[in-house]
Design a protein around this ligand. Structure first.
Ligand SMILES: C[S@@+](CC[C@H](N)C(=O)[O-])C[C@H]1O[C@@H](n2cnc3c(N)ncnc32)[C@H](O)[C@@H]1O
Length: 257
């Protein structure tokens, strides 16, 4: 299981933009009434609710008990399973049928799973033949400005490079991983999405939420984040607002029938 502990309340309060951006994926999934759709890395459940609202039988899978707990409290009538994509079996995902889902949606999750070939194989297994995968994750170059400045600051403090939990593939690299697992890749996009972070402490809050590894071994995280914000304000701060240098990778792929 991944060892990242998720603060589900902070996620919803300050980082709702992650699931809001993912809503575009719903149109690509285009769920038909009665279809079985799995949301891999469902977080606090908003896409499962939206899929259900469009008439699908939706199930959310997430490895974080904190995220699944919050999803269940927000949407008590919907279906959420706590489990790791890499180990889960179709029969663990009831009421999804054992034959698998007609579609899988995954937003902002697959870059947290560095074992990409295993993740692709698991997605393939959980789809029935002719099933479709619509996924978005951080792509090559994602948050590179934040990471490189944080690494410079770590080096100044004589700390070793941070041990990154992230996998940010190129478009071609990820398409190859999916094709090797058996998918046909139908469409793929790699694009920049400067992402506003609310509040004067927006960048620091983002690092605490998603980039905790950048603070590993840091004796005074508050001072470190203060210094990081100071160094990045000129590049990522505009008109009193922070913009994270997101670069996303979006793919539509099909399991051949
Ligand atoms: C940034 S959140 C995205 C949540 C949601 N998809 C959204 O759009 O708001 C990433 C989620 O991926 C989950 N996750 C990470 N690795 C996972 C794995 N191996 N299996 C299942 N879920 C995983 C985390 O627990 C977390 O809830």
């Amino acid at each position: 299981m991944p060892d990242t502990a998720w603060n589900a309340a902070l996620y919803d309060e300050r980082h709702g933009f992650v699931s809001s951006h993912g809503r575009e994926l719903l149109d690509l999934v285009d769920p038909q009434p009665g279809e079985h759709v799995l949301d891999v890395g469902c977080g606090t459940g908003d896409h499962v609710a939206a899929l259900t609202g469009r008439g699908a039988h939706a199930v959310g899978l997430d490895s974080s008990p904190e995220m699944v707990g919050r999803a269940r409290r927000k949407y008590p009538a919907l279906h959420f399973v706590t489990g790791d994509l890499l180990g889960v079996r179709p029969e663990d995902l009831a009421p999804l049928p054992g034959s698998g889902a007609e579609a899988i949606l995954s937003n902002a999750t697959l870059h947290w799973i560095p074992q990409a070939p295993q993740a692709a194989a698991a997605l393939f297994r959980l789809l029935r033949p002719a099933g479709r995968l619509v996924a978005e994750l951080g792509g090559a170059g994602n948050v590179a400005t934040i990471v490189s400045e944080a690494e410079r600051l770590r080096a100044d403090e004589r700390l070793p490079p941070a041990d990154s939990p992230w996998y940010f593939p190129t478009l071609a690299g990820w398409a190859l991983v999916l094709e090797t697992a058996g998918f046909e890749v139908r469409a793929a996009w790699h694009f920049e999405r400067p992402t506003p972070l609310d509040g004067d402490d927006g960048l620091a809050t983002w690092v605490r939420m998603f980039g905790g590894h950048l603070l590993a071994g840091v004796p005074d995280p508050d001072a470190f984040l203060h210094a990081l914000q100071g160094r990045l304000r000129g590049t990522l701060g505009r008109e009193g607002r922070w913009y994270a240098d997101y670069r996303r990778l979006r793919v539509v792929a099909v399991r051949p029938s």
